[in-house]
Design a protein around this ligand. Sequence first.
Ligand SMILES: [Zn+2]
Ligand SMILES: [Zn+2]
Length: 230
Amino acid sequence: MLKFLKDIIAPKKCYSCNKEWHFLCIKCLSMMSNFDSICYVCKGKSNNFDVHEKCLWDVYYDKVIILSHYKNKVISKLIKDFKFYGRKDIWEDFGIYLTNMFFDNEVYKNTDNYIILYPPMWFFKSLKRWYNHSKFLAKVISTETWIKLENTMLKKVRQTWQQSKLSRQERLNNLQDSFKIHKNKIDNIDKKIFIVIDDVISTGSTLNEISRVLKHAWAKKVIWLIVASD
Ligand SMILES: [Zn+2]
Ligand SMILES: [Zn+2]
């Protein structure tokens, strides 16, 4: 209880340098081996994190913007505290940094052309966990960018197993048809650019499966904004 009160009253401090105001100050963030602007498919250099034209044939996403590496100890500690202790102010910081990354890497014209989403949880899992942390991140980014957040457009229709424990073929089968677009929303997708927000990625399969569902409903472009990748 005391620790809880202390956490509330204590000012935000940078996890890395102890400077007050942010959980991760801009200076420390910029010093941490940030992701270079690469194509997520071939990991080669690319402008603004765009997937190369030659790499697009195999995947459905167009751009994957990643803030940092999960193997960085400060980043992984922040994400852990954010996930398990529900530190709201941490995702606010991450949300603002991700928003800046988005503006730096996307020629952004009309807010109405964009929609923000996050990977949905399976209904029964969401009952057990009661919150989806990517949803909170998405809310912050929606407030910062004025882009509409859609909470019910994408749904997870069945349970899937943890991807990291499966072989490549099992992974693909595992995710097949696990995400669907809500039938009332399907007409809102045509020619829209989607920004999908996630905290951590370890495999590209979920990324691709959600992007595939959107592209099949005629999404113009799918951009992923992610806090950390390993
Ligand atoms: Zn710092
Ligand atoms: Zn490439």
